[in-house]
Structure formats: C-alpha cells, structure tokens
Design a protein around this ligand. Structure first.
Ligand code: HEM
Length: 404
C-alpha cells in the first residue's frame, strides 16, 4: 500500500489521553478544533499514527465518504486508545455498506422513535420502582447505584429479551468489555462469555420467539439475512452500548444539572423543556475520552490542503465536533434554547448509533422522574469531591452521592 513519505506528513502529536475531571473539555480536543486542517495523532496503544478530524465539517466528511472504510480496519493493529478492540470481529462497527446496511436492517424496526415511544410507560414504571428504592434507602445515597446503572441495564435488557435473573451477569461482562483498565485478556474473556450467552439466547428464541430484539434477529437468521456470528456480535454491541453509554451519559447529565442550579430550576419550572434540555446535554457531555473506532482510507483522498493516503488510519471526534465554534454559537455554554442543535453525540453517517431514540427516551424518563420525585435534590458532597472514572473509554462519575 502507498503511504505518504513521512516528511510530507504533518508530525503526529502524541495524545496521552490524560484523565479529565468532571465535565471539563479535553484541552487536546480544544487544540484540534483550532488547527487549520486535519492533523495527525498517536494514541497509547497499537502501531503507527493516524489522522484525526475534529471540526464539524471534517467529521461529517470522513463519516459519509465511502472511501473511508471500517472493514479495512479488521486485522490491523492501528494506533488506538484501548489495548483491545471493543466489538466482536463480525460486528456492524467493522462492516461497510452494503453488508452494513443488511445487518442494520435486521434491528432497525425495533429502535424507531415510534416503537421506543411505546416503551415509555414501561420505562416510567421501572424508574418509579427504582426511585421508591432510593427513597427507602434515604439520603445521602448514590443516585447512580439506585437509578442510572440499574435503569440503563433494565431498559436495553428488556428490549433485547434478556431475562431479569441474568442482568447481573450481563452487567459484569459489559463493564469488563468496555474497560481499558482491566487489560486485554480480561476484556477478551468477557467478550467471549457474553457472546456465548447471546448465542444460547438466540437458540432459545429461535424455538420460542417473543416480542424482543433477539427474537427479531433470530427470525432474520432463519430467513438467511444474517449469520449467527453476526447476530451474536450485534447483540453484544447493542447490549453493551445500551447499558454503559446511557448509564454514564445520564449520570453526567444529572451531575451537570446539580452543578448548574439555574438550568435545574428552569427544568423544574418548565418540565416541557425536558426533551430539548436532554438534547443540549447530549451535545455538551464529553461522552468519551479521545476517539473511538478508526476508519482506513481505501484510496488517496485529497482534502482541504492535505492528502490522506490509501491505507492511512483516520479518526473522528464526535465530542469535539459537537463543540465546534464554527457550527455552534458559544459552544461551551449549556443553552436549552439552542436552535438547530444538530450535534454529533450519536455519530454520523452509516454508523450512526442504533439506539438514539432509546437513549433519549431513557434519559428523559430518568431525569424527569428524578427531579419530580425529589424537589430538593442536591449533591451530598462538594462537586470537587466527586470521584471520576480513571483510564477508561467512557467518561463519568464513579458514584454520584445526593441528598434531598
Ligand atoms: C447516550 C447514549 C449513547 C451515546 C452517546 C451513543 C453514541 C454512539 C456513537 C457516537 C456511535 C457511532 C460510533 C461510530 O461512528 O462508529 C454509536 C454507535 C452505536 N450505538 Fe450508540 N450511543 C448511545 C446509546 C446507545 C444505545 C441505547 C444503543 C442500543 C441499541 C446503542 C447502540 C449502538 C450500536 C449498535 C452502534 C454501532 C452502529 C454501527 O456501527 O453501525 N447506543 N453510538
């Protein structure tokens, strides 16, 4: 494969990805947003270096141009944040259209805005039950332990068709798979175990279908639309994303509201603002550290004064792009009245998140119910005493002690 002679490429900056506390914006992302063009980075694991797109328009370009491939990433030890790759090899994340379109089609109908809306009353019931538990536990207590963690797990697990008695196992595996801190072997083993679990569940649902995602995928497998390995990889990715992304994102939202009393007061006074508040918080929350899965250029791509060479690794930062001052006025300010809030928190292009409507609905139900139930909710410790996750992929608090 041709690669650009080193001397013609801008030097790569080593991104050590130091932990950033609270909801502070990573200073490296801030720098990347002010570069003239896309630049090159080197991350703590893997080989070589990579281009990174941080600005909104650059991210949109890379994520929609078919010359940047996910399939070409398979088997390559590219520079990256985690010691291992998160998805299983056959997962949607590693495919390009038309394979990718075929896989996504098998679950798309289970995650539409309409279908998710039908789940809202059940989600409300679950949240109410969990808040009863929190009230009984009494203040001070950890809201993540009582609400964000179990609710996120319950939401995706019910939809997938995972029986309640298996939720603790799933939570354990999910945590290990996304963790950068337990090491590669632990994550790989958790990935195998959760994969075997969904393989067995798919077999059970083939024989006895129900109204859940695994049954829908098992039916698609019978129709020859996807293989068992693809089914398992997709199920694992959905379960893990559904559990962890919503868990931490919603915890970050609660933290932001409790540390921005003016926004919290507004939500209490005008509950109808909740959907747009959640949307703005999705834009604002720096969901992850550094960057996620790369793409690989399948041919030379001249772009804005640089040439990305065939074989080059390319990353995008959805977190940075959602704070791009060229796209969002006063991007570091939380503004529930922001108009045209086309943030990229759920990604862009073919790999756009499978569960944005589920995530939105769950965040709305959690936050709405929480502030409704506890009119005097506040942090039980000074904000500086909140412990933040260290050395992880997804950002968030370890615990969120509250009182009321
Ligand atoms: C607030 C919560 C969430 C956030 C911030 C989030 C964010 C994202 C982002 C940025 C991507 C695109 C990554 C890329 O370019 O490859 C993505 C993909 C994905 N998300 Fe989410 N997500 C959330 C919740 C969920 C939920 C609830 C599900 C459950 C189904 C889910 C399932 C997935 C899957 C399966 C993909 C891979 C899609 C593909 O490669 O085609 N996510 N998510």
């Amino acid at each position: 494969m041709t690669t650009q002679p080193k001397e013609q490429q801008p030097p790569a900056r080593f991104w050590s990805v130091d932990d950033v506390d609270a909801m502070d914006f990573d200073p490296v992302m801030e720098e990347l947003l002010h570069e003239d063009s896309m630049t090159r980075i080197k991350l703590p694991h893997g080989e070589g270096d990579a281009w990174v797109a941080a600005k909104y328009e650059d991210v949109r370009f890379v994520t929609t141009d078919p010359r940047f491939s996910r399939e070409a990433l398979v088997g390559r030890d590219v520079t990256r944040l985690a010691p291992h790759f998160i998805p299983l090899d056959d997962a949607v994340g590693f495919t390009d259209p038309p394979e990718h379109t075929r896989l996504r089609k098998t679950v798309a109908k289970m995650f539409t805005a309409r279908r998710v809306e039908q789940l809202r009353p059940r989600a409300q019931q679950i949240a109410d039950r969990m808040l009863d538990g929190m009230e009984q536990a009494g203040p001070p207590t950890d809201v993540m332990e009582h609400l964000n963690t179990p609710f996120s797990l319950a939401g995706i697990s019910e939809l997938m068709g995972v029986p309640e008695e298996d939720w603790p196992k799933i939570a354990h595996w999910a945590r290990r798979v996304i963790s950068a801190s337990h090491g590669r072997a632990v994550s790989e083993r958790a990935k195998e175990e959760i994969g075997a679990y969904f393989d067995a569940l798919a077999t059970a649902r083939t024989d006895d279908p129900r109204d859940d995602v695994v049954s829908a995928m098992a039916a698609a497998e019978l129709d020859g639309e996807l293989t068992r390995k693809e089914l398992v990889a997709m199920a694992v990715l959905m379960e893990i994303s559904g559990t962890n992304s919503v868990r931490f994102n919603s915890s970050n939202m609660v933290y932001l509201l409790l540390t921005h009393p003016e926004h919290l007061a507004r939500l209490r006074a005008e509950p109808e603002v909740l959907p747009q508040a959640v949307e703005e918080l999705l834009r604002y929350v720096p969901h992850r550290n550094a960057v996620g899965m790369a793409r690989v250029a399948t041919e030379d791509v001249p772009y804005g004064g640089i040439t990305i060479r065939r074989g080059d690794t390319v990353y995008v930062s959805y977190v940075a792009a959602s704070r791009d001052p060229e796209r969002f006025e006063d991007p570091h300010r939380i503004d529930f009245d922001r108009t045209g809030n086309a943030h990229l928190a759920f990604g862009n292009g073919p790999h756009y998140c499978v569960g944005p409507w589920l995530a939105r609905m769950e965040c709305q139900v959690m936050i709405g119910s929480l502030i409704d139930r506890f009119p005097r909710l506040r942090l039980a410790v000074p904000p500086e005493q909140i412990a933040w996750r260290r050395g992880e992929l997804i950002r968030g608090p370890e615990a969120l002690p509250v009182t009321w």
